[in-house]
Design a binder for this molecule. Structure first.
Ligand code: AMP
Length: 423
């Protein structure tokens, strides 16, 4: 028997309301801050990701789903959201619009990762990007937006970790100091960190292994190496956050998985979760658009993993209203009744009444059992006998009460119950 590929899953009907709840909140919060939706293709030129993610990052090195299409073009399934949004910004000349351009997306991503709770090979994110303005106010605003998004879902227990990782001027000086420090500890490092030391030293700071964490805690702090411009920017971000009343914690070990970040980086982490703790990740990426062939264009944004938010909602027992069941089930007994039922189903649906029509020729008991398991509020029973007098039986499934109603009046009766909320 076939199974969904490892690290992927089906979003079953009973989970759909969680998805809708999260994505509807994303749309509302996006609107609240003036963001417009943008959807990019599910695959892109593979170089878009490999160039922007930079060598030495997991996404570029070992996680991308890359394939060559029949025309010989090397493509990659979408590995992250920011590079495609920037590609679209450039391709559609959005730099000619008043800046910043604020865009959001809700989409799937594909990464060949080791699957575990909260970590999948196909996962979904809501992301928000504000492109074309260097004002530190925007950094504070996207952090504010990310917090409001979590609050709007009812997620209140999280901490906001904030750091600056400098720019192309000051970061290399810091990295040199970091390499010098880590070189003295090379033999103590985990195998992954030994590779990071050569390929992507900043990532040494967020290794989750206990021994490496100890070393990272005593490492030089990037905030001591920031150039005056980055220092001023970081101070302003903190100032604006304070003005907005946004709580945050400075974390000098916070870096991000993708290399295009500069200056502000932040994460919203759950405080006591059982699964993956990072709910939101984001920051400034002032060099990415230039890297993709555009003019230097500052930008800032964040993304949040929908699966992790849903896990968190389930963990905290947040109840989501289930997907509404159809209002009525139409049961029929006999050939003539089946034809009358078919016509009635068309009439009721045309009137906007959600119904499920019984198929086959099952016993009334079996049909009512189906109505019950679908959770319909009513069953309409059409039998030969009632039909001969142009009536139907309307059964209230919860109260288990039955009334005889003229076939011609059933639409009106159900619409009335619908408007009275009796569904
Ligand atoms: P990233 O694109 O790596 O910055 O991740 C942004 C957010 O997406 C993270 O904070 C997580 O909430 C979520 N996320 C990242 N990778 C995965 C994954 N493999 N499975 C599920 N969620 C993920």
């Amino acid at each position: 028997m076939y199974k969904a590929p490892r690290g992927t899953f089906d979003i079953l009907p009973e989970d759909q309301e969680y998805w809708k709840y999260v994505t509807d909140s994303a749309i509302s919060v996006g609107q609240l801050y003036g963001y417009q939706p943008l959807e990019t293709p599910i695959f892109e030129d593979a170089q878009l990701f490999s160039r922007s993610a930079a060598e030495g990052t997991d996404v570029a090195d070992k996680e991308m789903y890359i394939f060559t299409d029949r025309g010989g073009q090397k493509l990659a399934l979408k590995a992250e959201g920011t590079a495609p949004i920037c590609r679209a910004y450039l391709e559609h000349g959005m730099f000619n619009l008043p800046q910043p351009v604020k865009l959001y997306y809700i989409t799937s991503f594909f990464r060949y990762e080791r699957p575990q709770a909260g970590r999948y090979r196909q996962h979904h994110q809501c992301g928000f990007e504000s492109i074309g303005d260097a004002d530190p106010l925007l950094d504070a605003e996207v952090i504010d937006l990310s917090q409001r998004f979590l609050y709007s879902l009812g997620i209140t227990e999280f901490s906001t970790q904030l750091n600056s990782i400098g720019c192309q001027l000051c970061q290399p000086i810091y990295i040199k100091a970091l390499i010098e420090y880590y070189s003295q500890h090379e033999t103590e490092l985990c195998p992954d960190c030994k590779v990071r030391l050569l390929k992507n030293p900043l990532r040494l700071l967020d290794c989750k292994k206990r021994i490496c964490q100890k070393i990272a805690n005593a490492a030089p702090k990037i905030t001591d190496y920031l150039c005056p411009e980055c220092q001023a920017h970081f101070q302003s971000v903190q100032h604006y956050l304070t003005v907005l009343g946004i709580p945050f914690t400075l974390n000098h070990r916070l870096v991000r998985g993708l290399d295009y970040y500069s200056r502000t980086v932040f994460e919203l982490e759950t405080l006591n979760g059982k699964s993956q703790s990072a709910l939101v990740g984001g920051g400034r990426y002032d060099n990415l658009i230039e890297q993709l062939g555009g003019r230097p264009t500052p930008a800032v944004g964040f993304a949040t993993g929908i699966e992790r938010l849903i896990l968190k909602l389930k963990e905290t027992g947040e109840t989501i209203k289930p997907h509404p069941a159809p209002m009525a089930f139409i049961a029929h007994l006999g050939d003539a009744a089946k034809l009358a039922a078919i016509k009635l189903s068309a009439r009721l649906r045309a009137a906007g009444i959600p119904v499920v029509l019984a198929t086959g020729a099952k016993s009334l008991k079996a049909q009512l059992r189906q109505s019950n398991s679908l959770g319909t509020s009513y069953a309409i029973i059409i039998g030969e006998q009632e039909l001969s007098s142009a009536n139907i039986i309307l059964r209230d499934m919860k109260a288990k009460e039955q009334t005889l109603i003229p076939l011609a009046n059933i639409d009106k009766a159900l619409l009335q119950k619908q408007s009275q909320g009796q569904v």
